[in-house]
Each structure stands twice: as C-alpha cells, then as structure tokens.
Design a protein around this ligand. Structure first.
Ligand SMILES: [Mg+2]
Length: 364
C-alpha cells in the first residue's frame, strides 16, 4: 500500500438555488477530490467540500507542502501520516486551512484501508449499527414564513422526525413567530432544532434564546462566534436552550476547550474542518468521556458511516441542496427513507464520483 502518486482536483459547483443563513448567502459548493495511487493503481479516494471558500488554498497547501510527505508512505499508517502532515503545517495553522487540506487525504487513507480489508467504512470504524437516524436541515432564513412551512411540511411528508431551521432574523418577533409556526406544524413529539450561524453577541443570544425557549428546541446551534468560548458558557448558563456547535472548530483541542469550560452540550465536529476521520474520531471519544452527544455536521455521505460506527452519535444531518447527488457530483442518491439511512456493504465509503458530469465545474 505504498503511495506512489496523489491526484488533487477542485470543483466549484453552482447550487440549484441560492440560499441564506443569518450570516451567509450561499451560491456554490466547492469540492476537493484526492485520489491515492500505489503501483497497482488507485487505492483510495477522499473528498472535502466547502461553502465556497478555501478549496484552492487547500489545494496549494497540498501541492506545495503535503504531497512530498505523502509519496512513499504506507497508506495503512493513517495515524503516522496524519501526525506528520499536521505537525509539518502547524505553523500555518493547527485548524482551518491546514485541516481542510488534510481532510480529503485522511478520508482517502481510510477508504484505502477499508477497501483493502474488504469492509465498509462504518464496520471498519466500529460497527455499532447498520442504520442511522437522519434529521432534515435546510438553509432557509430567506424564505417567507409560508415558504418555510411548506418546506418543513415536505420534509414531514418524507417521514423526518427532526427539523433544523435557521434563526437570526433582524426582528426577534419574526424568529419567534416562525418557530411557533413550525412547532405547531410538527407537533409536540418531533424535534425542533435551531441554528443562528454565529449571528448574535452573547448578551443578544441570551435574550433571543429566552424568547425562543417556549418552542422547546432540542438545541440552539452556534448562537454566537464560535471563537468565543466564554460567551457560549454564558449563553449555555442563562439562555435556557442546550447549546450545540463545532462546524467551525478545527481540532480536538478546540473542542476540549469548550467541554472543560462547560460551554457546549452537543458536539458537532465536521470531518472537513478537523482534518478528516482520524481527528474526528478523537473528538467523538472526547464526547463519550464528557457524556455529550455527538451530532455530526453535514457531509452526510461520510458522517453516516461515522455515526453508524459509534454508539454516542445522535442523528446525522441532511442539508437539503448540499448532498453530493443533489449537486451532481455522484449519480447515486442517498438511501434515506422515513428519516433513516441504511449503510451499504460496499468496501470503503462507497461514494463513486461522476467524473464526466463534474468536468465542466473543474477549476484548473
Ligand atoms: Mg450550522
């Protein structure tokens, strides 16, 4: 399993619809694809996606600094390789672009390992279950209340039992009205989850959370800047809604700082942001030690494997409009039925990218 060649390709793919959260308007997904080869041919594929920023810089980092350290390595030694690459780039950043660049490489290493073992990733990583609950998630703050309710109703009809919506409108009463309407639509027993995408100051977040608490959200995600650990400790102590975050945290230490500051209830590591599966597993273990559930961020095609592997993961997130099949990166739709996803038996992660369809979006 000696690595003899590494191919990196970057794609910028338009979304079918422009969507907005409280802090971002999104028009594209960026996709970074990494293929590892041995003398016998391709052995593993990894990928990462971004909301539109960072892929080209990650490619430059891989090309100029990481690739020379990969050639000649044995792909089975994922810990050795991860540590080597992370240490080499630590000056440039211990989380962020460095870990974004590491992620597709690390996923490709795990894919190679699983394919060599003839095992699907979810079983190689732990084999806790073969089916995982999925929650419906949408970037929808730009929708009118009627459009929002129609969207949630559509997901309800598909059998979902948990729904995440965006909050952080300028008018706090509008947020409350939208949450009340969605709660009325989904009834008392299904789960309502909220995401403010870092919109508020900690003091604003406490006020907003106290207003929204009557709709009984399962959590409020990123109520404030995720760089502010102390701010989230305040929100968690005084807001009255459990706090979830992690999609912008870059490594296990950043999660540990949150856990030990009693500033988070639900850990949401994103495999793209934390340098792939190797570091993600460490964060999931931290969640187990701290008795905090792990709710993986996005990346459903990969996080379903991770959540199926481990017992302390809650539902995985289906962000409508962002799936690899929805952006045309693969022709195989996800097997999600009635809010549950069954894991496949194909060796590795099982994702087959649609090379010809992707070609027109390649950034060379
Ligand atoms: Mg979010």
């Amino acid at each position: 399993m000696r690595i003899t060649a590494v191919t990196i390709r970057v794609f910028r793919i338009p979304l079918r619809q422009t969507v907005a959260s409280a802090t971002l308007t999104l028009t594209h997904r960026e996709l970074i694809l990494v293929t590892l080869e041995s003398e016998a041919g391709p052995i593993g594929t990894g990928w990462a996606t971004t909301p539109g920023v960072g892929a080209l810089a990650a490619r430059a980092l891989i090309d100029n600094y990481l690739l020379p350290l990969l050639i000649g390595q044995d792909a089975r030694h994922h810990e050795r390789i991860w540590q080597r690459l992370w240490t080499h780039c630590h000056f440039a950043g211990s989380g962020g672009l460095t870990t974004l660049a590491l992620a597709p490489i690390d996923v490709a290493l795990w894919d190679a390992k699983a394919r060599a073992a003839g095992e699907p990733l979810h079983r190689l990583l732990g084999g806790s279950r073969s089916e995982v609950p999925v929650y419906a998630s949408a970037i929808n703050i730009h929708l009118t209340q009627d459009e929002l309710l129609a969207q949630v109703e559509g997901h309800l009809l598909q059998g979902y039992a948990a729904f995440k919506l965006k909050v952080g409108r300028a008018n706090a009463e509008e947020d409350l009205e939208r949450c009340r309407a969605v709660r009325a639509l989904i009834g008392p027993d299904r789960e309502l989850l909220l995401d403010a995408n870092q919109k508020w100051t900690p003091a604003e977040a406490v006020q907003r959370c106290r207003m929204l608490a009557e709709t009984r959200p399962g959590f409020i995600e990123e109520p404030s800047l995720s760089d502010d650990v102390g701010g989230h400790a305040l929100i968690r102590a005084q807001g009255g809604i459990p706090v979830a975050l992690g999609e912008r945290l870059g490594n296990r230490f950043e999660f540990w700082n949150y856990v030990r500051a009693e500033a988070v209830d639900v850990l949401q590591p994103c495999p793209w942001k934390v340098g792939g599966i190797t570091e993600w597993l460490r964060i999931a273990a931290l969640g187990a030690c701290a008795n905090r559930p792990v709710s993986p961020h996005g990346a459903l095609e990969l996080t379903a494997h991770l959540a199926a592997a481990l017992p302390n993961c809650t539902a995985v997130e289906n962000i409508f409009g962002f799936g690899l099949a929805e952006i045309g990166a693969t022709t195989v739709p996800l097997p999600v039925r009635n809010g549950r996803m069954t894991l496949g038996e194909a060796p590795g992660h099982g994702v087959i990218f649609d090379g010809p369809a992707l070609r027109e979006y390649e950034v060379v």
